[in-house]
Design a protein around this ligand. Structure first.
Ligand code: HEM
Length: 329
């Protein structure tokens, strides 16, 4: 029963997450609609439901976000199990949990790279100004470089303290170093997103993505060699790794949403023009503050309850009596 309700809740959350991502994808790459009315009365009406749901970016994003959720789950289990192993508590339980979670983490982290790459190719076609901000490309160019890191000076249009791989961006989006990347200067100034914040958020997400792959590979490698639980340094790295997918998910959204600016619906409606006849600015502020407070409250409760659960640990499997009344072996 407990298992069944957990499964239902997980599926329920996954479904709502999918619809939110689809709705957001429509804002990024709108399709299957027409605009009815003008000015303040204008509204988008659906003309083709499936074209709207399967708009050009939704499949990539849904897969990328679901895989991000799997990573968050897998690294939570890895972190708690590693903590138990270091503290020498619930050892049998922790050792089997960490193996299952490492397996999921390895698959999900590789899949995340694959879906991330596919998303980036999509962005290069559908939202070229966002791609230009993600990689700080100012002038149109072929053989465009891929930055590993850097700090963008937007005024001088240069990237400082950087290391970059020549030709790699062109290659990754078109499998050819001659692929042309459209630079920010090809867009009107008022149509460009903020550059440095998108650049930093994007590079942090990718760096974390790579780190998650490396951590999962190390884990599986030592597991196969039978020495996983002797690697104290790796166990400590695992304990803190729980934060990584959480941070990557947040900076992923920052990349996608700040990169979409100045549009609330890409190429169609500016954020500055997004207003409602029915809801006033005060009401928006009120609900924003209220939601922020509710979520802070829920977050504190979540961390408290999670901490209690971790401290308590699982039921001691060795001590549960079997059906015939003897302890299980
Ligand atoms: C491994 C390298 C990665 C690459 C190449 C990559 C690539 C991308 C790209 C291009 C976008 C923008 C999509 C858009 O605006 O249409 C994005 C968004 C996002 N990424 Fe990643 N990503 C990577 C790793 C990760 C990781 C590790 C996580 C979380 C665990 C993550 C979570 C997200 C989220 C939540 C979004 C925003 C969702 C959306 O709007 O589609 N990414 N990623």
């Amino acid at each position: 029963m407990h298992f069944f309700s957990t499964l239902m809740v997980s599926f329920g959350s996954m479904f709502s997450a999918v619809w939110i991502v689809v709705a957001n994808s429509w804002q990024q790459t709108p399709a299957g609609f027409h605009v009815v009315g003008e000015g303040i009365n204008a509204r988008a009406e659906i003309t083709d439901f499936w074209a709207m749901v399967l708009n050009p970016s939704s499949v990539d994003r849904v897969l990328h976000v679901i895989s991000g959720c799997w990573l968050a789950g897998a690294f939570l289990i890895i972190s708690i199990s590693a903590y138990y192993i270091i503290k020498n508590r619930h050892i049998r339980f922790a050792k089997s949990s960490i193996k299952i979670a490492l397996f999921v983490a390895l698959i999900a982290s590789l899949f995340q790279l694959f879906t991330g790459h596919s998303s980036a190719v999509g962005v290069s076609k559908n939202q070229p100004a966002k791609l230009a901000a993600m990689e700080a490309v100012f002038d149109d160019q072929t053989n465009a470089q891929l930055y590993l890191f850097g700090w963008v000076n937007e005024e001088k249009q240069e990237v400082n303290f950087s290391i970059a791989i020549p030709g790699m961006l062109s290659y990754l989006i078109g499998f050819d170093t001659e692929t042309k990347v459209t630079g920010l200067n090809s867009f009107k100034e008022e149509d460009r997103p903020p550059v440095n914040i998108v650049f930093q958020a994007y590079h942090l997400m990718v760096a974390i993505g790579m780190l998650l792959i490396v951590l999962s590979m190390f884990g599986v490698f030592f597991w196969i060699r039978g020495t996983l639980f002797k690697q104290k340094w790796l166990m400590w790295a695992f304990v803190f790794s729980v934060l990584l997918p959480q941070i990557a998910n947040q900076v992923g959204w920052i990349t996608a949403e700040v990169g979409r600016q100045p549009w609330i619906v890409y190429g169609l409606l500016r954020t500055s023009e997004g207003l409602s006849k029915a809801v006033s600015a005060d009401q928006v502020w009120f609900s924003l503050i209220l939601f922020t407070l509710i979520y802070i409250g829920l977050f504190i409760l979540f961390v408290y309850l999670l901490n209690e659960k971790i401290k308590h640990g699982p039921e001691d499997v060795d001590a549960i009596p079997s059906e015939i009344g003897h302890p299980k072996s």
